[in-house]
Write a new protein. Structure first.
Length: 613
């Protein structure tokens, strides 16, 4: 077995090295749900005369259609209504298909069978509304004045999570008037609109909207001037967060809505800001096995940090990492971002996800970058700044969020939009808390007695599920969360005999597949319960093995079976290699990290060699 493991490590290392670019980073595709492709097609049609890229995107998009007419988000998905609607609209808008073509007829049959445009995700309805294909959703009527509300109000704009704010700013501007993009050539989607009773606002959302409207009434000043000031503040919020590449926070989705919001505010289609934003999004393109794809946010920093660390773990590779380290150091952030609103005493020092990201750091990328830095006195100042920033992000409850401290106002989850419960706030999560603890224990050498460690452990223990698992927010799902929690707790010195640890291990071992591996369906994060995939994936098998190795500290039958499965999966690649194990928004946005098939197997195979029999 050791010989086979060493051979696999050598092969993975060679393949990783081939992905290193001249500037030192490791470049892999961040392949996400198809909405970035569909909306890029819309942008290209509305704002440019670019034909080649449009055709490439349309060709890949059409190739992903199921024989039954629908598009899906992952292999075991039975068809996704919103994805199908967006794909149909984009392909018709581009002129790639006409309404009479069989693929469109089959897709529209699926759409009507599943409730029509009316049953689509809120953001799909908004995309259609922008293009005059759907009435602006009645549910979305937060007043633009929310940007003026002080922190003492029931909610304020800065109560939203950072990733919600950067989408809410353009959406508030667009829905306020409401805006419709005029284009006579747009294909009519009205045959998929099923007329029904007016959408009812849920009681919780109605209460929230009433509270906001009452708070708005308390604002002093002339009503029209307050209205104009609100729109100007939202516009300024967007403009101040545009990165050097022209994108808004480096995200495709927020930049997409920003472009239309700018037009709604009077900007011309050929305005330099809009042209640069579109060019920035075009640079998000990456190659996949099925053709060209638009990434929501390129993952160069994340991939480079994780791979640099994996290559350094013993037995260390001979891949040159100096340039990768310099790439990471160059992108440590020095600007104050929105995170300072709740953490004003902290200096910048975090890292973001993409190389164009200069003001939106996150905890996971920062700890990953810090792991990758050599223990060298010349790098101490970078390390200290990053560590201080991570520690400052710890929530009052003891856990860690993804981006900002203190974005936990439960009222925000009642915003009447699909997915608000996941996107509107940025609470502590098991995966962020566990991974941060793993860094603090293994790399930063924090002792178990440290009060910050104790608070985090208390949070983790209180959020373990009855079956022993933890819910993972940014990966799929219970395997991801349980792996992070177990490795984090062990890294800071929690005993392997701790009852929470033992319960977590029982969960991991109880869901091991017959082939020795692990695999969980994307359906888990929607159903909020573990749902097996029925097959094993490389990343989920690696996460489970890492957790078991961290606890058992020796080779066990379950670990041996898992390693054997991992080696087989590396040799015989199948559909599971492309199964998304990253999560963005439950039920809507999933990620196949091309790098994950290298990072996690390499780490666990190296760790396996260090275990005693």
């Amino acid at each position: 077995m050791n010989e086979r493991v060493n051979e696999a490590i050598a092969q993975l290392t060679a393949e990783i090295h081939a992905h290193q670019t001249v500037d030192g980073r490791f470049h892999f595709c961040f392949e996400n749900s198809l909405i970035t492709d569909t909306r890029m097609i819309l942008l290209l049609q509305a704002f440019t005369k670019e034909k080649e890229l449009t055709n490439q995107l349309c060709e890949r998009l059409s190739s992903l259609q199921n024989e039954q007419g629908y598009w899906k988000l992952y292999a075991d998905d039975e068809g996704d209504l919103s994805a199908t609607i967006e794909a149909v609209f984009a392909l018709l808008y581009a002129g790639y298909y006409s309404n009479d073509d069989l693929p469109i007829q089959k897709a529209k049959t699926f759409i009507r069978k599943h409730g029509g445009l009316n049953r689509a995700h809120s953001l799909t309805k908004i995309t259609l509304a922008i293009h005059g294909q759907y009435p602006w959703p009645n549910l979305f009527h937060l007043p633009v004045h929310v940007i003026l509300l002080p922190p003492s109000s029931p909610i304020s704009f800065f109560d939203f999570s950072s990733y919600a704010r950067v989408h809410m700013a353009p959406l508030l501007l667009l829905s306020d008037q409401p805006f419709v993009m005029k284009n006579k050539s747009i294909s009519d989607m009205s045959d998929c609109f099923i007329r029904e009773d007016q959408e009812l606002i849920p009681e919780e959302s109605r209460s929230l909207l009433t509270s906001v409207q009452e708070a708005v009434k308390s604002l002093t000043g002339l009503p029209h001037k307050l209205y104009l000031l609100s729109r100007q503040r939202l516009l300024t919020y967007m403009l101040q967060r545009i990165e050097k590449d022209g994108t808004l926070y480096s995200y495709f989705t927020s930049t997409f809505y920003m472009i239309y919001a700018l037009v709604s505010c009077g900007y011309q289609k050929h305005d330099p800001i809009i042209k640069k934003a579109i060019q920035g999004l075009i640079r998000h393109a990456c190659s996949t096995g099925r053709g060209l794809h638009i990434q929501n946010s390129p993952s160069d920093l994340w991939d480079t940090a994780l791979l640099s660390h994996a290559l350094q773990v013993r037995p260390a590779s001979d891949v040159p990492l100096h340039e990768a380290e310099q790439f990471l150091l160059k992108h440590q952030q020095t600007k104050f971002g929105d995170w300072m609103v709740t953490t004003s005493h902290t200096e910048p020092g975090g890292w973001g996800f993409s190389k164009s990201n200069s003001i939106h750091p996150d905890v996971d990328d920062t700890t990953a970058a810090l792991r990758a830095l050599r223990k060298d006195p010349s790098l101490q100042s970078h390390y200290t700044r990053g560590l201080k920033w991570v520690l400052a992000m710890q929530n009052v409850d003891g856990g860690w969020p993804a981006f900002e401290r203190g974005k936990t106002n439960p009222l925000m989850t009642f915003v009447p939009m699909d997915g608000a419960e996941s996107a509107s706030i940025d609470p502590s999560t098991a995966d962020l808390t566990g991974r941060t603890l793993e860094f603090l224990g293994t790399d930063a050498r924090f002792p178990l007695t440290d009060p910050r460690i104790q608070k985090a452990l208390s949070w983790l223990r209180s959020h373990q599920k009855t079956d022993g698992s933890w819910y993972g927010r940014w990966g799929i799902t219970y395997i991801y969360g349980t792996w992070a929690a177990l490795t984090g707790m062990r890294a800071v010195g929690v005993s392997k005999d701790d009852r929470f640890i033992k319960k977590g291990v029982r969960f991991i071992e109880s869901i091991q597949n017959e082939d020795g591996g692990w695999g969980e369906s994307c359906k888990s994060d929607q159903e909020k319960t573990y749902i097996p995939l029925g097959e094993s994936t490389l990343s989920q098998t690696s996460w489970a093995l890492d957790a078991l190795m961290m606890v058992h500290e020796k080779r066990t039958p379950s670990i041996e079976k898992g390693i054997a499965c991992l080696l087989r999966k590396l040799e015989t690649k199948d559909w599971t290699n492309e199964y998304p194990t990253g999560a963005g928004l439950p039920g809507n946005f999933y990620i196949y990290y091309h790098s994950y098939n290298y990072i996690w197997p390499l780490l666990v195979l190296k760790k396996y060699l260090s275990l005693s029999s």
